[in-house]
Design a protein around this ligand. Structure first.
Ligand code: ZN
Length: 119
């Protein structure tokens, strides 16, 4: 498999992590939570190290790599989805900052309401 090149993440350009997960039985704690959970038959995963970006799982290493490396040619993307991997990463950071700002405001609203009703 080492002769197959793993392309950088199509969304952010980071170097992905390829990992083999051997067949195994799940822990007693997990089996207690999910009765009848079958043994894991073994798998391969490819994961982008950027938090919340993208990951793939599959039975065969070559299939997972093929799926990971599959991507649209830049020319076929809509104009607003174009740009370099750095552009995409910057857009993701801007979106995350906007979501964080909205979440902070919602949290402050909830805490303010709770403080007012607990007086
Ligand atoms: Zn990524």
């Amino acid at each position: 498999m080492s002769d197959i090149q793993l392309l950088p993440c199509a969304h952010c350009g980071c170097e992905p992590m390829l990992e083999k997960h051997p067949a195994h039985s799940h822990s007693a704690a997990l089996q207690a939570l999910v009765p009848g959970l079958p043994d894991h038959p073994g798998s391969w995963t490819i994961e982008c190290p950027t938090s919340g970006c993208v990951a793939l799982i599959g039975d065969a290493c070559a299939d997972v790599i093929t799926a990971w490396n599959r991507r649209e040619p830049l020319a076929s993307r809509p104009a607003d989805a174009g740009g370099s991997p750095v552009d995409h990463a910057c857009a993701r950071v801007r979106n995350a900052e906007a979501e964080l700002k909205t979440a902070r405001k919602a949290l402050v609203d909830v805490m303010t309401t709770a403080a007012l009703t607990n007086d």
